[in-house]
Design a binder for this molecule. Structure first.
Ligand code: SF4
Length: 331
């Protein structure tokens, strides 16, 4: 359904050009959930905004690459054509439900706005669809609630409304950017269950942007791990959780709190990500990697396929490195 190839996004600032996304390749199949995980600033939100063509220009720019959605390259579409795709074929849910909703308009008006904008519907039909969506996302007393304003809803309920607005035009792809970060843990679990239910009922594909591996473990089918503007490892949920190969992915997994391990400190990944004003020519993780070799700082690793669904960018997968490691221990 969606294929992104060699996507590059830059931001021009007074201090220089930030290379925020540096050659991202990914795809999303029909009805699946792809999670994009990584630290803040790794380029995951910029990637999703680029898919929606929501990169503010200036200062941002898609400098290279292709975003193919149902056979059409979104990068070359006019803004007018993109407006017909946004909210209709591809919808987005943002992190903070309060800022995503207009506090001056009723929930009903905000729910039906997209329908009036993109589909020729009567008032009666729009209301019927709005009530259906309220029911789908689990809002009780929908007739009554349609007339209320965002401040009359709790945080979790507001996020349900945002999801309903995103789904009302029946998009084929839903991009959810940290959809549970602003919610407390019990509400997070309910929203994740809601995503699962919606996907089962509607067949919508989902790109889930998150730094929370707990969220990923619950609903992702495949996982792309991003670091310094690149996808460094991608695989099925099982491959990433049980057979991670990139040292960064392993570090992320080690940093997740576990109930079965008592005492001790959480394992942090030492160091900080590289400066994206002048990213390193070699592996971007080299300065933090316990396995870094001479080649890592000079040459970017080639992509290695470990299975049809599992790829990793790391010199450790090179046969020559494997021989070297067999005879020496990591630094
Ligand atoms: Fe570490 Fe080298 Fe692999 Fe990068 S390419 S993750 S520095 S071993």
């Amino acid at each position: 359904m969606l294929e992104v190839q060699d996507l590059h996004v830059t931001f021009t600032t007074y201090g220089g050009t930030v290379k925020a996304v540096r050659g991202v390749d990914l795809y999303v199949n029909e009805g699946e959930t792809l999670a994009i995980v990584g630290e803040s600033g790794c380029g995951k939100s910029v990637t999703s905004n680029a898919i929606m063509r929501l990169i503010p220009s200036p200062p941002g720019k898609i400098t290279r690459g292709m975003i193919r959605f149902k056979g059409e390259d979104l990068v070359s579409l006019s803004e007018k054509a993109m407006r017909n795709i946004r909210g209709v074929d591809i919808s987005m849910i943002f992190q903070d439900p309060m800022t995503a909703l207009n506090p001056t308009l009723t929930i009903g008006t905000q729910l039906m706005e997209g329908l009036y904008e993109h589909q020729k519907v009567t008032g009666q039909e729009a209301k019927r669809r709005a009530l259906e969506m309220m029911d789908l996302v689990g809002i009780p007393n929908p007739e009554e609630r349609l007339k209320q304003y965002p401040h009359q809803f709790s945080g979790g309920m507001r996020q349900r409304i945002v999801i309903a607005i995103a789904l009302i035009c029946e998009p084929e792809l839903l991009i959810a950017d940290e959809p549970t970060t602003a919610l407390d843990v019990t509400i997070q679990a309910q929203i994740l269950e809601l995503f699962e239910k919606i996907q089962k009922q509607t067949g919508v594909s989902i790109i889930l942007i998150t730094h929370d591996l707990g969220v990923v473990a619950k609903i992702a089918d495949r996982i792309a791990v991003m670091y310094a503007g690149k996808i460094v490892e991608v695989g099925t949920k099982r491959e990433i959780f049980y057979q991670p190969e990139h040292p960064y992915t392993k570090g992320l997994l080690r940093s997740v709190p576990r109930l079965d391990l008592k005492g001790g400190k959480l394992a942090a990944i030492e160091g900080t990500p590289p400066d994206l004003f002048s990213p390193p020519e070699g592996c971007p993780f080299a300065a933090r990697c316990a396995y870094a070799m001479e080649v890592c700082t000079h040459v970017h690793p080639v992509k290695t396929s470990l299975s049809p669904s599992h790829q990793v960018d790391c010199w450790l997968q090179d046969e020559r490195a494997k021989k070297l490691l067999a005879t020496s221990s990591p630094k």
